[in-house]
Every structure is written in C-alpha cells, then in structure tokens.
Design a protein around this ligand. Structure first.
Ligand code: GUN
Length: 283
C-alpha cells in the first residue's frame, strides 16, 4: 500500500486517555459529566450509533443516558422533552439522534436544544459561529476530519481541498473548517459537472456523498490525502464512498471505513460533551 493509513481507531484511543483525565479532573472538583441522547423510533442504524455513543461515555466515566421516544410522538411532545432536558441542571449535553421518523421537523426540534448543551453543533447559533470563524461547538464529524488531517501532519495551508457533498452536517461545515485552515476550498455535489476533473485537482479530498465506492482511483491525484466520510452497507458489509483498495495505491494518505472517520466522530462528541461540562463548571 502506497498511502499512509489515517487510523481513526488509533487516534480515538489516543484521545481517550486525555479525555479520561479531563473527566477525572472535573470529578475531583465535584462535577459529574453527563450526556442525554434522545432516540425517536426504531431505526436499527440509529440504535447502533446511539449504543456506540453510550459505550464511549462508559469508557470515559461520562454518565450517558438514552431517552427512547416512540415513533408516533408529536412534534410538541418531542420539543417539550428536549426543553425539559435542557433545563435539567444535572445534564451537560443533549443530543437528538437523526434522522427523525417521517413527519417530524428536525430543524424545529434542534432549535429546542440550547446552544450550550448542543454537543452536536447543529444549533443555528453554533453553525453561525462556525460561519463567522468564532469559537462555538463544532459538529463532530467535520471536527474529526480536521483533527485526523492535522494529527497525520497533512499540509493544509494554501492547499486545494475538495469536499464532495454539501450537507449541513458534514459537507458545508467541513468546507468552512478547511477554509479556516487556509485551504483553497471547492465544494462539489450531485449536480456538479465534470466532477472527476475537479477531484483530480484536490490535495485533500473529502468524500461525503453516501454512495458506495463512488470515488475511484482515476478521480484522485497522486499523493492526495483522501478522507472517507461515507458509511454505506453493501451485501451486509460496511464500506465508504471511496474505492479503498484501488485508491490506497495512488493516494498519499487515506482513511478506512470502518475504523476511520466514524471513530473520530464519536471521539469528537466526547470532546464536545467534556467541553460543555468544563464551560459550565467555570461559570
Ligand atoms: N445521525 C447521523 N450522524 C449524526 C450525528 O453526528 N449526530 C446526530 N445527532 N445524528 C446523526
């Protein structure tokens, strides 16, 4: 394999040691760190993600709890529940697992998680802070992408970063964070013409489309850093948006799926939860 493997599992274990110390330091000051995850309905993939978040909390000594709500819950009931969790002094972070079942308005529900407890960085105020480059809570997956690139010392300043995908959760925040690192950023999406011509110019290529193996070796510049944010299931197996086996022979750096960005997302969530607790402690 030509490329350096950007190992999310290894990085998350490294972060775990440091995070445990931060949780312990708060404990010694009499402060427990707590996260409340809200899961609506019975989507099996969401249930797996929530379980992983819960396990990560346990590993660090964070008190994680999951509030399970039925699929048929009304918008009002869901928002009342989120309001109550945000008003609860004992809780540091509140996370609403997405996607919500059909019929529920995600944007309206997310507005009921106060910016201070919004450990996902999805509240409009936190998104606005990212837009203006001021300090706020940054969404976990984009934050994990940048952490990974920096930890592997991938040069960013002045480099051309191409983000494929324009979602509010990954593509757009990733582009803003890369801009903050002084990259020249291009955002591509499903309507982009001549996609391969653009991806071939990328020193850093972030694939966040949700289409299995759509980034093929001919779309990648020799030596590029390729970050795969995709999580797709093909014949029961997880795979990313990048054709890993072929691209790893051409790229300079590559993240695998599983064991790449997914691990970083959970690690950054823990970082945001501990950060929220530390901020509340200072107040
Ligand atoms: N669903 C998929 N990714 C995420 C995430 O990062 N946060 C939440 N809350 N839901 C998700």
């Amino acid at each position: 394999m030509a490329a350096v493997l950007m190992d999310g599992k290894l990085l998350s274990e490294e972060l775990c040691l440091e995070q445990k110390q931060r949780v312990l330091a708060l404990r010694e000051m009499g402060k427990k760190v707590t996260l409340s995850v809200v899961l609506v309905g019975n989507d099996p993939a969401s249930a797996t993600y929530v379980r992983n978040k819960q396990l990560a909390c346990e590993k660090l000594g964070i008190e994680g709890s999951t509030v399970m709500l039925p699929e048929g819950i009304s918008q009002q009931e869901l928002e009342n529940k989120l309001d109550a969790l945000c008003e609860d002094e004992a809780i540091d972070g509140v996370l609403l697992q997405l996607p919500l079942p059909k019929g529920l308005d995600e944007e309206s529900a997310l507005a009921h998680i106060t910016p201070e407890k919004d450990v996902d960085g999805f509240h409009a105020l936190n998104q606005g802070k990212l837009f203006s480059g001021t300090d706020g809570v940054v969404a976990c997956t984009p934050k994990g992408v940048i952490h990974m690139l920096k930890r592997y010392q991938v040069p960013l300043c002045g480099k051309h970063a191409v983000v494929v995908g324009r979602s509010n959760i990954v593509g757009k925040p990733c582009a803003l964070l890369l801009l903050k690192e002084n990259c020249t950023v291009t955002v591509c999406h499903s309507r982009t013409e001549n996609l391969a011509d653009i991806t071939r110019q990328a020193d850093i290529l972030v694939a966040a489309v949700g289409k299995a193996k759509m980034i093929t070796a001919d779309m990648v510049k020799e030596g590029a850093a390729v970050v795969d944010v995709g999580i797709n299931r093909v014949d029961g197996r997880l795979c990313g948006d990048v054709d890993f086996d072929a691209v790893k022979e051409k790229a300079g750096y590559i993240s695998p799926v599983p064991g790449g960005v997914g691990k970083m997302t959970v690690a950054m969530l823990m970082d945001n939860v501990i950060g929220a607790a530390e901020k509340r402690m200072k107040k």
